[in-house]
Design a protein around this ligand. Structure first.
Ligand SMILES: NC(=O)C1=CN([C@@H]2O[C@H](COP(=O)(O)OP(=O)(O)OC[C@H]3O[C@@H](n4cnc5c(N)ncnc54)[C@H](OP(=O)(O)O)[C@@H]3O)[C@@H](O)[C@H]2O)C=CC1
Ligand SMILES: Cc1cn([C@H]2C[C@H](O)[C@@H](COP(=O)(O)OP(=O)(O)O[C@H]3O[C@@H](C)C(=O)[C@@H](O)[C@H]3O)O2)c(=O)[nH]c1=O
Length: 295
């Protein structure tokens, strides 16, 4: 099976490339700019067709949450129009698409983990652009899996784990919001889940459970709890050390509003694909070891 993933330099694409090295019968080709630029929709179909995919994983996105507030056109061009173009190209090629989306499609007012059927109500431009992308993907290719995930971290690219480790080299104490709750999710786990789902999509039996799924790390925390775990792990591995101080969202003003609760219930994915993410603390340890080069 040949899987083509967009967003070549991104966390999910790089994790997928790594995970596929351990699997027989799966080839992953990552495409990125300039060959595939979602902001230039005319070249998207051509770039995908050239790789002759059996399945496309749509992981490229405009992910700068605060910057998107100042550049809504750019965010929508990539996350909505661009995502739709990718889905349109897959439909034309007659192949399924796995499209990555986000917990930020919710407004965070629920008092429990969100399920797939809960009403969406993004409170940021990024969230709104990703929701528009979900809708475009669903319109253009009915053979889609939309995987809403959250709080991605990995050894690759930019993420919260790397930011906290960097800040710990610069300060003794890091102030982190303790009133936004969610599920930290390792991109290495997402890659594993995608390969598991891909095997079912490409198998002999006709797969029919297309649709939207939540796919996040097992267990929940807030950003402060996540930072504490990162620094405990760092300390144990001989990495940088710092204290974490709990603060409220109001004490950390940002351009974009984030949901206070963006916990995702991933039971539907587990029931359909027989795959459940490890506990987020265990995956944090694995990613930290990868970053510190200790296995
Ligand atoms: N990061 C997170 O915490 C979460 C992410 N998601 C979603 O998961 C998916 C993967 O996220 P993640 O791997 O973390 O993303 P990253 O931010 O690590 O990578 C995104 C990739 O998209 C590429 N990209 C941006 N703009 C364009 C464009 N115009 N044309 C082509 N490529 C472009 C970037 O390219 P370049 O390197 O050239 O800039 C980058 O390689 C995204 O859809 C994201 O919305 C969902 C929940 C949480
Ligand atoms: C670095 C830092 C962040 N924070 C807060 C700000 C914010 O509320 C929260 C997370 O900060 P970040 O800006 O790193 O994360 P953010 O960019 O909001 O992360 C999001 O990215 C997009 C792409 C998604 O789809 C989401 O699932 C989510 O992962 O932590 C602190 O309180 N102290 C700090 O030192």
């Amino acid at each position: 099976m040949r899987i083509v993933v967009t967003g070549r330099e991104g966390q999910v694409a790089r994790s997928l490339l790594e995970a596929a090295q351990l699997r027989k019968g799966v080839e992953v080709i990552a495409v990125g700019r300039p060959q595939l630029d979602l902001a230039r929709p005319d070249g998207v179909a051509e770039a995908l067709e050239a790789s002759r995919p059996d399945l496309v994983v749509s992981a490229a996105a405009y992910t700068a949450v605060d910057q998107a507030e100042d550049e809504p056109e750019a965010a929508f061009a990539v996350n909505a129009v661009g995502a739709g173009k990718v889905a349109e190209a897959t439909a034309r090629l007659g192949v399924p698409i796995i499209h990555l989306s986000t917990d930020y499609v919710f407004d965070g007012t629920a008092d429990r983990a969100y399920v797939e059927t809960d009403p969406t109500a993004p409170c940021s431009v990024y969230g709104a652009s990703k929701l528009a992308g979900e809708q475009a993907v669903a319109v253009y290719n009915p053979r889609h899996l939309i995987l809403r995930t959250a709080w991605i971290y990995s050894p690759f690219g930019k993420n919260f784990v790397k930011t906290i480790l960097r800040l710990a080299t610069e300060r003794d104490e890091i102030a982190v919001v303790a009133d936004q709750w969610g599920n930290p999710t390792s991109a290495l786990d997402i890659a594993d889940a995608i390969l598991c789902a891909a095997a079912m999509l490409g198998g002999e039996g006709s797969f029919s459970a297309f649709g939207t799924y939540h796919l996040a790390g097992t267990g929940e925390t807030n950003w402060s709890g996540f930072a504490r775990c990162i620094l405990d792990t760092s300390k144990a591995l001989g990495g940088p050390k710092a204290r974490v101080r709990d603060i409220a969202t109001a004490d950390y003003p940002t351009r974009a509003q984030r949901p206070a609760n963006s916990r995702l219930a991933s039971a539907k994915f587990a029931a359909t694909f027989g795959w459940r993410a490890p506990d987020w603390r265990k995956s944090t340890d694995i990613v930290a070891r990868h970053i510190f080069n200790r296995s």
